[in-house]
Structure formats: C-alpha cells, structure tokens
Design a protein around this ligand. Structure first.
Ligand SMILES: Nc1nc2c(ncn2[C@@H]2O[C@H](COP(=O)(O)OP(=O)(O)OP(=O)(O)O)[C@@H](O)[C@H]2O)c(=O)[nH]1
Ligand SMILES: [Mg+2]
Length: 698
C-alpha cells in the first residue's frame, strides 16, 4: 500500500438525509476505483462501509466508517456517515476530520431535515461542500426541483457543474459543463461508459447552464469578474481555477448527478472530487496551543507529529480500534506516541488504513491522511496523539446530551457485572449514550438519542458482548421546583443519656429562573450558626433536594439562603446541623408551592403534505404546541414543542399513520410545568413505585 502525501489526498465525509444513497455511493466508488472486486449493494447487505450486522439487518448506516479510493494518483479517503437523526453525532465527527463535505441529496425528495442539519454543521466548520444529486434514475426525480430546494434551504450558491443526460428511467449519464464532454453509461451496473460530444438535443440547455456556471465563478472573484466583463466569458483554465478556489473557500457549492444503484456517473464524480475539492495541504487545522492560544496547523509531514482521534470502535475480540486524522508530521508503525490529552505513552503496533472493516497495515501515515491503530491502552475519542514536546491539542467534538432514558435489566441474573464492563466499552465507542444506575431505585439506566438508538445499543450489547437485556418502558427525567418564596425553620434536638444532639437553622427559599439549578447563600452574621456548621446545613439541604418533595424528583431552579439559627456549646455537631437543614427544607416545601417540571422537546415532523392535517391534530392531542409549518415540494415540515412523555410512542404512530413515509427529529428544548391533573398521576405513580421497591427489599 502506497503512502500518500497531503497534496495527493482528499478527505471527504458523505453526509445527508437517510436513504439518500451515501452508502450505495461509497460502494459504487470503491468498485469503480477497483478497490474491491464486487459491486456491493445496501439491499443485499454487501457494501464495504455498512459491515456491522446491525447495519446490514436494518439497511441503514449506524456508525461512521472509513474507506479509500485510489484515483488518478490520488487517495480519496471517504467517511460514510449515518443519516438517521439519532446517529447524527457521527456525521458531525466525520465532518470535523474531513476537508470537504459531500452532501448527498435524493433527487426525488430534494432537501430534507437532515440535509439541512448537516449543511449547517458543515457551514459552522467552514467546510467546502459538494452536492451529489443521487437517485436520478427514480420516478419523479428532478434536477430543477431539487436545485430549487437546495437554493431555498441551503444556499443560493449551489451550482450544477454537470447536467444529467435523461432523467428518471432514462438517466444515462452526465454532460460535464466545464469540458462539454458527455459521459454515457451502460445500464448494466458495470460502470462502463463512452465519452462523446454533447447530445444534439441538449446543446442549448448545456450552453445556458455553462453560462450560469461561468457567471457564478466570475462573481466569486474580483479579477475574474473584470475578465468576464471584458471578454464576456472565461477561458477554460480560468473557469477551472476559479471554480476550484471558490469551492475551497466555500463560496460556491458545485453539484453533480449520479445513480449509485445503477453505477452511473461515478467516475466523473471522482474526477470532480480530485479536481475541485481542496487537499489537506491547502487547509489549516484548528488547534489550541500553550496557554489556550489558537493555533492553525498546516499539514506538513516534516512538522511535529499531531493526530486527532475522532472515533473509537469497541471490538470484543480485536480490542479497541482508534481512528484518527494525522494533522501534522508523520506517524510511524512500531513507535511510541504521546497521548497529549492524558499525558501517557501509547505503543503503536501496526498502523492501518481501513476499507470498511478490512485493515491494511502501512509503514507510516503522513500529515493529512486518515488512518487507524489497534489496541491502544488509554486513548479515547477526542484525544490528541503526537510528539511529546509539542503543545498543540485539538478541540473536542461535542456530543449531544441524551434525550431518552430506559431502564434495562439483564435476562440472566449473573450478567450484572458483564453489563457494566460492556456498557463502558460501548460508551467509549458512542459518547452520545449514557449508562448509569439510579441511586434511588437501583435500576440500570441506558440513555440515548431516541428509541432506535437505544434499541441498536441493546442489540450491540447482545451480539458483541453476549449480554441479553430486557428494555423497560422509558423514564421521563421529571424535576421539581417551587413557585413562591418563603421562610422556614428546621430544628434537630435529641437528648439521649449523656451527649445530646442540637442543630437549628432558619432559611429562606426563592424560585430562580428555569435552568438556574440551585444556589446556596450563606447569610449568617454574628455567629448564630458557627462557621464550621454552615456547610453541614448546605449538605442537608442538598441531600433533601435531590430526593425531591412531591414525587422523588430532584428539586431545581431555586435559591436557599440560611440567615439565622442557634447552637449548643456541647451538643451541636455536623450531623445535627445536616438534619436541621433537611428539616428546614421540608418545612419550606409545605409553603413554597412545589410543582413538577417535565422536559419539552423540539420536534420536527417531515411527511408528504397529504398527512399534514392529521399529524398536526395528533401533535395537538399530545399536548404539542405547533410552532410552524413549511412546505417543500410535496413534503410538509411541522415544527412543534411537545412534552417528552407524549413522544414515547411517536415513532410507531408516525410509521403507521404515514405508511412509513414520515420521519421526525427531536431534541431537548427546555423544562416546563406539568399541568395539575397530570401531576397528581405522576405523584401517585411515584408513590406506588416506592412502595413496590420497599416491598421488594424487605
Ligand atoms: N433507485 C436508486 N436507488 C438508490 C440509489 N442509491 C441508493 N439507492 C437505494 O436507496 C436505499 C438507501 O441507500 P443507502 O445507500 O443505504 O442510503 P444512505 O444514505 O446510506 O442511508 P443511511 O445510511 O440511513 O443514512 C437503498 O435501498 C439503495 O439501494 C440510486 O441511485 N437509485
Ligand atoms: Mg448509509
């Protein structure tokens, strides 16, 4: 396997809405570039990048994976990322280490929810973007419609650099608007094509589209603009150079057309990636140096070695696989590398390039390349590896907070220890899940981005680690708070034989703004409570508030001020003041009008417009507040805020109500008060549960 230098590398992340064809596209690329012998299909479970059993079974990418195509003396590293909302954090990670995003769009559906999300994520990183309009062979596919939706929702600067030859069933290939060459493909999925002149009936259309392209390129650069005004056009070499630099600067977003399933127009896409997308040598990678100063790192293979870990795979047999981008310098096999985030040494054995799950050892990986290493001891996602003396570390990826939490229970009793080891490994692989034990109910909790995310995690647990668990109904992370201020008193006094116990405090409680959590203020003057006992009062209140008052949920968004109290020279001690604090809290709650808060989710539902009325009615029934409605082509997007507790069954409902044609995305928004009648139910359920637990423990 050849070692490539930065100028000959392209790092691209395939991102976009689910089912736009990213995985199928990666498969066609690897086949046409001769990296694999067969043309794998998502529908047959034979692609390179969806190799995980769960991905094969569900026909969806659930985790980003890496492949590479050697094309025209270049190495194109491609990351195939998930498009399903629950797994989008992997798409963000992929974008972080890529030098360009390939935004794959379904030519029938146009822009969809996740298209916009990944577009925004790429824009935040100022990444160049190329759009692949895929599935042009399908009925009702349309470049014009898709382009319209892209320009409306993503950017006015999306510009086709190809035109499709035929649409829908008659899609045969593309005309390259720069060279005016037509590439006509056979329809036998072989990827065989003939190069020729523009078909006669397309010449006017091609001229107009080429004109539009030239104008856009000229507009992106002042010197070119002047030339364009003088000559009325641009020379071919100016057009190529101008398109390249405008794309690299994210001023223009070129669009190409493909059918990944029929293996049509893949080679022109590969040419476009090499010709118009920047190499790592042309970009600078942001890091943080000594004392927090911003550092921009060039992909210089002779510079200090520094690599960023963007993903970890937990394999029960092969151990941990650490995937990284070499930002600068050169990493070598059989060497010792410093983990700068943890200040430990790591021993590198084989350095690997990945083709899906297949690993090929390489002697070294140079700046700009993507690769992997197995069996590191301490290194996790977000760590920086490299030379010991070098100060730079790379900013961590932010993973979304979980939105849903389920209790899990091992099917066989002896599996508790195994669960926790396995879950910790899975957490390393997927930082958007959270595993914990409920301190009150002692239940094992698994939290994630949605039902599908949890189900997939549980499936991994079974398949990879042999642990079978039962998923219990999800738990809503309710909270409690107070609605009014009050003063309260807590006194703990006990006289037993010799030594007594005495603690006494007066507190004030006040509501705070939503999200403020908890504040404790020490306002004791004149020693009514001796200094050393004030922390004990706080501890007592902290303990009491985490146990809640109404239904056992943590109490938040309030302030406690301790302003008075009394003590006894002999009988006062920490425990007594702790108990006094907790008694004062309970006393306060009798007058502070405690109430229950529930998480409210931002929900976006996406479905054919015929269903809009029914879906809105249903969301209203779920106590949803509709925030807006948008129509895009034949699709309607409904935005709403809905309590989490009402969304637990939404996935099934949406699928059956729309015959599988609707999708939705949800994320946490804020906490809001639960209506009174529902509060009564929550309180009753909590009481019943506590009674149950007590019975069990007896
Ligand atoms: N007709 C047609 N079908 C396609 C094309 N590309 C992909 N498909 C089909 O569309 C479905 C989804 O393709 P995938 O490649 O799995 O889509 P994806 O974007 O990777 O989806 P996620 O992994 O869920 O994000 C599969 O059934 C493919 O066979 C295409 O160009 N034409
Ligand atoms: Mg996929």
């Amino acid at each position: 396997m050849k070692v490539y230098d930065a100028a000959s590398i392209r790092n691209v992340a395939f991102v976009g809405h689910t089912a736009s064809g990213k995985t199928q596209l990666a498969s066609a690329i690897l086949s046409d570039a001769g990296m694999v012998n067969r043309f794998g299909k998502v529908d047959d479970g034979t692609t390179v990048t969806d190799f995980d059993e769960e991905e094969i079974a569900r026909k969806h990418t659930l985790s980003a994976s890496l492949g590479f195509a050697e094309w025209n003396r270049h190495k194109i590293n491609l990351i195939d990322a998930p498009g399903i909302g629950n797994f989008l954090s992997d798409a963000r990670a992929a974008l972080q280490v890529a030098d360009a995003a390939i935004i794959v769009v379904d030519a029938v559906a146009g822009v969809m929810v996740q298209t916009e999300k990944v577009w925004e994520a790429a824009a935040e990183l100022e990444l160049p973007r190329m759009i692949v309009l895929n599935r042009i062979d399908r009925d009702r596919a349309s470049l014009a419609r898709a382009l319209h939706s892209l320009r409306e929702s993503c950017s006015r600067a999306v510009i086709p650099i190809q035109l499709p030859i035929g649409e829908e069933k008659s899609f045969r290939g593309v005309v390259d608007l720069i060279t005016r060459k037509a590439f006509t493909f056979q329809t036998d999925e072989s990827g065989t094509f003939a190069e020729g002149p523009v078909p006669g009936d397309m010449s006017a259309e091609v001229d107009a589209a080429r004109e539009a392209l030239i104008e856009m390129v000229a507009e992106a650069d002042e010197t070119l603009m002047e030339k364009f005004f003088e000559a009325g056009t641009l020379a071919d070499h100016e057009l190529v150079a101008g398109l390249r630099s405008a794309t690299a600067a994210a001023k223009l977003f070129p669009l190409v057309c493909t059918s990944a399933l029929l293996n049509i127009a893949i080679q022109p896409l590969l040419d476009a990636i090499v010709s118009y997308l920047p190499s790592p040598a042309e970009r600078q990678y942001r890091g943080v140096g000594k004392a927090g100063a911003d550092v921009l790192r060039k992909a210089d293979e002779k510079g200090p070695a520094a690599a960023f870990v963007w993903k970890t795979i937990a394999d029960p047999f092969a151990g941990r696989i650490t995937m990284f981008r070499v930002v600068s310098g050169t990493l070598k096999a059989d060497s010792t590398v410093h983990n700068k985030t943890r200040d430990t040494s790591e021993r590198f054995g084989h350095l690997l390039t990945m083709q899906g799950k297949a690993q090929t050892p390489v002697p070294e990986l140079k700046a700009g390349d993507l690769g992997a290493v197995a069996k590191l001891k301490d290194t996790l996602t977000n760590d920086t590896l490299g030379d010991k003396g070098d100060d730079v570390v790379f900013p961590a990826l932010k993973f979304p907070e979980p939105v849903l939490s389920y209790a899990i229970e091992p099917k066989s009793r002896g599996d508790e220890d195994k669960i926790s080891t396995a879950m910790h490994r899975l957490e390393e692989e997927d930082p958007s899940i959270r595993y914990s034990r409920d301190p009150q109910t002692k239940e094992l909790l698994l939290a994630g981005q949605g039902q599908l995310h949890i189900e997939v995690t549980v499936a991994k647990l079974k398949r990879r680690f042999g642990v079978d668990v039962i998923l219990k109904p999800p738990r809503i992370p309710y909270r409690e708070t107070i609605k009014t201020s009050t003063e309260a008193h807590g006194r703990h006094k006990k006289q037993t034989g010799g030594h007594g116990q005495f603690g006494d405090c007066k507190i004030k409680v006040e509501p705070l703004a939503r999200g403020a959590d908890f504040e404790f203020v020490d306002d004791i003057f004149g020693g009514s409570i001796p200094r050393q006992y004030v922390p004990a009062v706080e501890k007592g209140i902290q303990d009491a508030r985490t146990r809640g008052y109404l239904a056992g949920f943590p109490m938040v968004d309030f302030r406690v001020t301790v302003f008075d109290g009394s003590y006894h020279d002999v009988d006062s001690n920490e425990l007594s003041f702790k108990l006094a604090g907790s008694l004062a809290f309970k006393d306060a709650m009798t007058r502070a009008r405690p109430t229950i808060l529930e998480p409210i989710m931002n929900v976006e539902v996406y479905a054919p417009s015929d269903f809009a009325g029914d879906l809105m009615g249903d969301l209203n029934g779920r106590r949803g507040r509709i925030g807006g409605m948008d129509t895009r082509g034949v699709t309607t997007i409904i935005k709403a805020q809905v309590p989490m507790s009402e969304m637990l069954t939404y996935e099934q409902h949406l699928t059956s109500a729309t015959g599988g044609r609707g999708s939705y995305h949800m994320e946490y928004s804020h906490y809001d008060e639960v209506p009174a009648p529902l509060q009564a139910k929550i309180i009753a359920a909590a009481k019943a549960e506590r009674a149950g637990v007590e019975v069990e423990e007896v």
